[in-house]
Design a protein. Structure first.
Length: 235
């Protein structure tokens, strides 16, 4: 189990194809200054053993697997994630109230209880994609609706785009808002389009900043992380 005492706001996205590459990054990072996000690619290749290794190394882990299934299956998956000792796990709000309530109940019965976060509308979805799914709402309206559903289904917060922060912070003041799409002014945008700087995101109400390449592609990742810490402290 992790012994991290502080509450670092930066979650470094470990978007690597294998543990060798991921370890080369992790050894450069300080578990008191950041948390780590493991997604579907690395988890599918390397499995829970690597997650446990990170936790033994005192890192807190956001297991970004976005569970979406029938209530019983999602609940069991959340329980399995909690038993790994992770810090945060997520499910798709579009799985519905019964699924989220089942996930909540499963986690509430675990001795170690990670934060349970919902994904609303994927930022890759445009209005036309929603229409194809039979959803006649704008992406913002759908985000707001699914965030309400997530709140009333016992979730701890949502993953959201920086552009949704102001609306969601107003709508759900006590939520954990987890925000990717973060780009410091001094970093490359890469494939991210609608971005905010770390300071702007914090000002708009972000609880946790998911940051990958601005840190992992930096020559000195800890220096990049420190720079972001300084920028957000001023926000
Ligand atoms: O390197 P970068 O900072 O763009 O990494 C962002 C991380 O957040 C990646 O792991 C990406 O998959 C994830 N993410 C995202 N946008 C979303 C949801 C997740 O960039 N809407």
């Amino acid at each position: 189990m992790s012994t991290v005492q502080c509450d670092p706001q930066i979650i470094v996205a470990l978007d690597y194809a294998n543990t060798k590459l991921a370890r080369e990054m992790v050894v450069q990072l300080d578990p008191t200054r950041c948390r780590l996000k493991i997604g579907k690619e690395l988890f599918t290749r390397e499995g829970p053993g690597f997650v446990e290794e990170l936790i033994r190394g005192d890192f807190e882990v956001f297991l970004d697997l976005k569970f979406h299934d029938i209530p019983n299956t999602t609940a069991k998956a959340c329980q399995a994630a909690a038993e790994l000792g992770i810090w945060m796990v997520n499910v798709h709000a579009s799985g519905g109230r019964k699924m989220m309530l089942a996930a909540r109940e499963a986690i509430d019965h675990c001795s170690h209880q990670p934060l349970l976060i919902a994904v609303t509308v994927l930022t890759s979805m445009a209005q036309s994609d929603l229409v194809e799914l039979g959803i006649n709402a704008t992406p913002a309206e759908q985000v707001s609706r699914l965030a309400s559903l997530a709140e009333s289904s016992g979730m701890d917060g949502v993953v959201c785009s920086p552009l949704e922060l102001s609306m969601l912070r107003k709508q759900w003041p006590g939520s954990s808002l987890v925000t990717p799409g973060i780009r410091p002014e001094w970093s490359q945008k890469g494939d991210q389009v609608r971005v905010m700087t770390p300071a702007e995101a914090v000002t708009h109400g972000s609880s946790y900043l998911v940051i990958g390449r601005p840190i992992t592609s930096a020559k000195d990742p800890m220096r990049a992380l420190e720079k972001i810490e300084r920028e957000t402290a001023l926000a």
